[in-house]
Design a protein around this ligand. Sequence first.
Ligand code: ATP
Ligand code: MG
Length: 378
Amino acid sequence: MSQILLLVEQKENRRLLLEWLAVNYMVLLPNSTGEIDDLSQFNQSFGMGIIDGLALKRHWQWIAAKKQAEHPVCLPFLLITSRSDVGMATQFIWQTIDDLIIAPIEKIELQARVEILLRSRQLSLTLKLSHDQLDRSLQTAKELNDMKTSLLYMIAHDVRNPLNFIIGTTQVLTQYKSKLTDEKTQELLDKTQAAAKGIDLLLDDVLQLGKFESGKMAFCLLPLDLAKFCNELVGEFQSSLKLKPQTEPVTLIFVNHSPSTMACLEASLLRRILSNLLSNAIKYSPPNTQVIFELKVTENEAIFSVQDAGIGIPIADQERLFDSFYRAKNVGQIPGTGLGLNIVKKCVDLHSGEISLSSEEGVGSTFTVTLPIAQLAE
Ligand code: ATP
Ligand code: MG
C-alpha cells in the first residue's frame, strides 16, 4: 500500500483528504493538528506528499532536501491551494511542487492526480532499477575485460620464459649435435619437454578459467577409486621431480587412511585441485624436505590434505590467497602467476566442498580440501 504524507494545516481540507485517502492508501500525519513544525518524524520513506500553502511556506526547504535525497527517483508533492493563493506562488513553489489542485477539492480529481503522481514515482523507481542493473552489467563487463587483459599479459609473460628456453635448447641441440654426449643431449631434451609441458599446463589453466567464468564447465560425477587416483598422480609428480637438477629434491609421500576409497567425484576437477596443491607444496619447499599428501574417505566426504615444510604463507596474505593473480609477499624469485589456487577454489566450489589452510611463515603449510561424495549405487 502506498504511503502518502499529508502536510495540510487547513483543518477542513485535512479532514476531507484524510477521509478520502485513508480508504486506499496509508496516510502519514504530523502529530500536531495546527501548525506543523517538526518534520523529523517523517525521515522514513513515503510515496508522495500532499501539502497546502501554509505548510509549504514553512517547509519548502525540507521538501526540496527530501526530493534531492531521493534523486533521480521522483518524490512527487501535490499542492492544495485556493484560486486566490495561486498567484502568490513564488518560484520556490515550482521547484518543490509537481502538481496542484485548486480548492474546493473534488474527490475524483484528487484520486486521479494522486494515482498519476504515484505512477510517475513508480516509473522513476523502475527506471532507476534498470539503470542500476545496467551499471552492474557494465561493471561486470569491465571486470571481465580487465581479467582478459591481465590473462593476456600473463600468457605473454609466462609463456615467454619457457619458450625462450625451448628456442635456446633446440639451437644448442642443432648447432652442437656432434659435440654433445648422449647424456647431455637427453638432459636437454627432457628439459625442453618439461618446458613445453609447462606451457601446456598454463594454457590449460587459462582455458579452464575461461570456461568457469562463462559457466560452460561440464560437470560429470563418476565412480573413482580415490586411493588409486592419488597414487597415479603422485607417481607423475615423482617422475617429474626426478628430472630436477637438485641432488636432494623434495620427497613426496602419499598416505591413505581409509580401507575403502571408492567415491563419485569429477575426475578432471579433482585432478586440477590436487595437482595445483601438490605443485605448490613442491614449488614452495626447499630441497631435502617432505611433502605429505593424505587421503581420508568417510561415509559422506573425501578429505585430502597436502602438508609441506616450505616457506609458509604470511598471515596478512592468507585471506586473499584465492583471488586471481594474488601472490604472497614472501615468494621471492619463485615463479608463478597466482592463478592456481583461484582455480582450486572454483573446482572445490563446483563440488560444494570446502578448502582450508593452516600455515606459518618459515615453518610450512597444510591445505585441506573436503569434498562431499555422492553415494555409490548398490
Ligand atoms: P600458479 O598460477 O603458477 O600456480 P602461484 O603458485 O604463484 O602460480 P597459486 O597457486 O594461486 O599461484 O598460489 C597463490 C600464492 O599462494 C602463491 O603465489 C604463494 O604465495 C602462496 N602459496 C600457495 N601454496 C603455497 C605453499 N604450499 N607454500 C607457500 N606459499 C604458497
Ligand atoms: Mg600454484
